[in-house]
Write a protein that binds this ligand. Structure first.
Ligand SMILES: C[S@@+](CC[C@H](N)C(=O)[O-])C[C@H]1O[C@@H](n2cnc3c(N)ncnc32)[C@H](O)[C@@H]1O
Ligand SMILES: O=C(O)C(=O)C[C@]1(C(=O)O)C=C[C@@H](O)C=C1
Length: 243
């Protein structure tokens, strides 16, 4: 099925409002994320590969900030041999309503339960895998450590957290290079300078990004035994943290 094109930031705006995962964004989200995040499809595919190796029978898998359920669907398809429960959580009703409809359209080996709630309220237990695919960056920085502590406590021994994030490079020149390469990626995907700059302004106050070192330290301080960077392209990375 062809996805609706994202032209949310195409027209000049008097003042740019803070970015929100509302109806308009949910409506074009598959197109938006694919044209905005380098390697998005590979990351979704690899989340399935990691699930096929780490999800254990009768455990739970949590997809926190699940949007339209792309990661959950990849996991469901990859775990046919292991009966498990996949729990997809997002606090945007526009996302979860669409996600429920999308998931219902597939016959899946493992069920996906879609919950509309703040991930900070969700109880995590008996988990062999937790996924936060570009979600931590939208959690208030002061709340990130408590969320990781909760995830760590809810994971079974040997369980994994897949954490994908946009990151900031520690040096100014290096950071500017990565931002420039990311903007070129967007231009190559058909976004105009206006779309790039208005979206950047909209995200400025709501998407607060950390460095890789910040993420690694917080994960290790929460108890994770190993932090593996398995994907990096420009200022986007995906990590597997192993309990
Ligand atoms: C960039 S999108 C995630 C993309 C998705 N994981 C994927 O792989 O397609 C971030 C999602 O996190 C959700 N989100 C942000 N803060 C949240 C919170 N506190 N609780 C639940 N969901 C949250 C947003 O509604 C949005 O759908
Ligand atoms: O467009 C950008 O610059 C982004 O940072 C991409 C990003 C993300 O990383 O979550 C931001 C918001 C959108 O929902 C999708 C992708």
């Amino acid at each position: 099925m062809a996805h609706k094109s994202d032209n949310i930031f195409a027209k000049p705006m008097q003042s740019v409002r803070d970015f929100a995962f509302d109806e308009a964004v949910a409506d074009v989200f598959p197109d938006m994320i694919q044209r905005s995040v380098p390697g998005y499809e590979s990351i979704i595919h690899t989340i399935g590969e990691i699930a096929s190796r780490h999800v254990s029978t009768h455990s739970r898998v949590y997809d926190l900030g699940s949007s339209l359920g792309a990661a959950s669907l990849s996991i469901a398809r990859a775990t046919a041999d292991h009966p498990c429960e996949i729990i997809a959580v997002d606090n945007s009703p526009a996302m979860t309503e669409r996600c429920k409809r999308i998931v219902a359209g597939f016959s899946l080996p493992n069920p996906i339960k879609v919950i509309c709630d703040d991930i900070q309220n969700v109880v995590i237990e008996n988990a062999s895998m937790v996924v936060m695919n570009f979600t931590m960056q939208f959690i208030p920085p002061a709340d990130r450590k408590a969320l990781l502590n909760k995830i760590y406590a809810g994971l079974n021994p040997g369980g994994v957290l897949v954490l994908s994030e946009k990151i900031r490079h520690p040096s100014t020149a290096g950071n500017e290079l990565l931002i420039d390469l990311h903007h070129q990626f967007k231009r190559n995907n058909g976004y105009s300078e206006l779309e790039i700059s208005q979206k950047r302004a909209a995200l400025e106050k709501v998407m607060l990004i950390d460095t890789f070192a910040d993420h690694e330290k917080r994960l290790r301080d929460s108890g994770f035994a190993d932090v593996v960077m398995w994907f990096k392209c420009y200022n986007f990375t995906s990590l597997v943290a192993i309990k």
